[in-house]
Design a protein around this ligand. Sequence first.
Ligand code: LER
Ligand code: MN
Length: 272
Amino acid sequence: MIRSSVTISLVPEVRGGPFIFWDDLAEGCRKAAELGFDAVEVFPPGPQGVDAVLLRKLVADHKLSVAAMGTGAGWVKHRLSLTSTDAAVRGKARDFIQAMIDLAGSFGAPAIIGSMQGRYDGIDREAALEYLREALEHLGEHAKQYNVPLLYEPLNRYETNLITTLDAGVQYLKSLSTQNVKLLADLFHMNIEETNLAAALRGAAGFVGHLHFVDSNRRPAGLGHLDYTPIAHALKESGYNGFASAEAFPWPDPDAAALQTIRAFWMYFRSA
Ligand code: LER
Ligand code: MN
């Protein structure tokens, strides 16, 4: 069964970005539970940037799961990238993500590689994909001890020049030795890059480990022009049983965005 999740950002530098709740873990968890979300997706400043004891208590008290944790603060705050031409930067990026896998793993949650994949510049695409491959092989295997996958997110062309579609992601994952990396399908990025979102999801059946549930304009689901009926059918029929996690602008405000999302979730994933 597909479960609902909502994002909480703890990173002031990404203010204005696509996260529903902000800054306050306790308040975000309380509101998520009040609206009936199954889980929260946390975007922390780093492996030491979240009070793990507090988060453990909050999710237990509110009967929430942690759906995933983002690693993008490594890029936003420290300019780390897995495909940097500087080996020292690549090494730090890998260490940052490994520590994030340990933190997320202690909550039974996967870590997400989105912005940390970077974009190639000054080297050719093949060389960059080779750097990324080395990192995914190592980090994917590292995540195994927590019984969670590592999530790799194709991004739109304005955010990466590596892998921008689910199909390219599937081909890339098939070329890895590790079987423990799954794709994160973000409907906002897919709206820019895919020809047909439902067909892309069907084509990636078995490879999708997480969903960013958001509309075409990155507003909450239902406030843009995506047609969710075929998308939800494609996910259900391909056996997807992960989270639909709201990574969207807090538009018009966080509370209304969360309410809009949970209503859309029920409409498309729980009825019909
Ligand atoms: C992260 O999940 C994402 O979607 C990227 O656009 C980085 O912000
Ligand atoms: Mn995303």
